[in-house]
Design a protein. Structure first.
Length: 356
C-alpha cells in the first residue's frame, strides 16, 4: 500500500513531530509511506536529507495560491498513485479532501485533540467526505462516537531509556545537588501547565522543577516562582531537542500538568521510557498510557497536583517501583507496535467495505 501522511506543520512540535515518527515506523514496517509538511520553515531544513519527507504544503497568501496548492497536491496523489491520503489537522484535511477528488485515493483523518471531535459546519462537510477516522486517544474516539482505532504516538525506546545521570551535564546546567529534580516538557505559554507546576512544587522544599521548553510566558512565570519563594528551585532550560533524553535521565520524576496540541501525550511516553515515575493530571489520553498507582500518580485536577507530587516523592522505593513499571509500559508503544496497528487500519480502509 502507498500512504501519504500530510500535516499542517512547519516546526518540530505537536502533531508534526508525532506524525513524522509514525511515518518512519510505517516505512520500517514495510509500508510505502511519505510525509508531507509545510515548507519554508525549520522543519524543512531538518528533514531535507530524507527522501520520504517533502514540503508539499504551504501557507498561501491568496485564494489563487490555495487553489494552486490543491492542484499540485492532487497531481502528486495521482502521479504517485497514493492509495490513502492521511490528514491530521483541519487545514491539511480540507486541502486533502479537495485534492483527492477525481483520484482513486481514499481520505482518512486522525483527530489529535478532543476539541476537534465536534466540528464546525465547514469541517462537518469535510468529515462526511472522509472515509475513516482514527484518534490519538480513546477519549477523543468516545466524544466522536467511534470505537476507534486509536493510533498513539511512537516512542523511541532506544533513544529514551534509563541510564546513568550525567554529572557534567547537571553541573553545566546549574541544577542543584541534593534535591529531587522534577521535569516538565512543553511550550512555555499560557495554558501549558507551567503555572500549575510551579504552584504544586513550591511548598515541597526538597524539590526543584526543571522546565524544558521556550515561549512568551517565561517572564510572568519567573515572577510567579519568585512570589512563591521558589525562584531558586525553578530552572528554565529552553528548547533542548538534542539532549532531551539526557535531561529526562537527570530527573527523579516527571510532572505532566497540561496537554499540548496533540493529546497522544507523547511527553509522558518519553518520560516513562526513560524510567521516570509520572505525576499527571487526569486529561484525555493519560489513562491510555498509564494507570494510577502503577506507573505513577494521576491527579484528578491541577489543584491536586501538589498532594500527588508530595505522595510520589515520599518514598524512593515507591518511585523505583513506578519507574520499572513505566519503562515496561512504554515498550508497548514502539514503532513496531504502531505499524501493526496502523497497517490493520489501512487494510480495513482499502477493503471493499472501506471504513474503520
Amino acid at each position: 500500500m502507498r500512504i501519504l501522511q500530510i500535516v499542517d506543520g512547519d516546526r518540530w512540535t505537536g502533531p508534526a513531530a508525532v506524525v513524522f515518527d509514525q511515518t518512519a515506523a510505517l516505512i520500517e514496517g514495510g509500508v510505502e509511506a511519505q510525509y508531507g509538511f509545510v515548507g519554508g520553515g525549520l522543519l524543512a531544513q531538518r528533514l531535507f536529507p530524507l527522501g520520504w519527507a517533502r514540503p508539499l504544503l504551504s501557507k498561501p497568501a491568496s485564494p489563487f495560491g490555495y487553489a494552486r496548492q490543491v492542484r499540485d497536491l492532487r497531481e502528486t496523489v495521482r502521479r504517485e498513485r497514493f492509495e490513502i491520503v492521511h490528514a491530521h489537522r483541519s487545514y491539511d484535511h480540507i486541502a486533502a479532501s479537495l485534492a483527492v477528488r477525481g483520484t482513486p485515493a481514499r481520505l482518512v483523518r486522525t483527530l489529535h485533540h478532543i476539541r476537534h471531535a465536534r466540528p464546525d459546519p465547514l469541517l462537518a462537510a469535510v468529515f462526511r467526505s472522509t472515509r475513516a477516522f482514527a484518534f490519538s486517544n480513546a477519549a477523543i474516539a468516545a466524544r466522536f462516537g467511534s470505537p476507534g482505532p486509536t493510533l498513539p504516538p511512537v516512542v523511541d525506546a532506544g533513544r529514551f531509556h534509563p541510564g546513568e545521570r550525567s554529572r557534567a551535564l547537571r553541573e553545566r546546567l546549574g541544577l542543584p545537588e541534593g534535591m529531587l529534580l522534577v521535569g516538565t516538557v512543553g511550550k512555555v505559554s499560557a495554558g501549558r501547565g507551567h503555572a500549575e507546576a510551579i504552584r504544586a512544587a513550591a511548598p515541597l522544599k526538597g524539590v526543584a522543577l526543571v522546565h524544558v521548553g521556550h515561549g512568551e510566558a517565561m517572564a510572568p512565570l519567573k515572577q510567579q516562582a519568585a512570589a512563591l519563594g521558589a525562584a531558586d528551585r525553578n530552572f528554565w532550560l529552553g528548547y533542548q531537542e538534542e539532549i532531551l533524553p539526557e535531561l529526562y535521565r537527570l530527573c527523579d520524576a516527571f510532572l505532566f500538568p497540561a496537554s499540548g496540541s496533540d493529546q497522544g501525550q507523547r511527553a509522558i511516553l518519553e518520560a516513562m521510557a526513560s524510567g521516570l515515575p509520572v505525576v499527571a493530571v487526569e486529561l484525555p489520553g493519560v489513562r491510555d498510557l498509564m494507570s494510577d498507582g502503577v506507573e505513577g500518580v494521576i491527579a484528578p485536577d491541577a489543584a491536586s497536583l501538589g498532594g500527588a507530587l508530595g505522595r510520589l516523592l515520599e518514598s524512593a522505593e515507591q518511585r523505583a517501583r513506578f519507574a520499572r513499571a513505566a519503562r515496561d509500559r512504554a515498550l508497548e508503544f514502539t514503532g513496531e507496535a504502531f505499524a501493526r496497528r496502523a497497517i490493520g487500519f489501512y487494510e480495513r480502509v482499502l477493503s471493499p467495505q472501506g471504513s474503520s
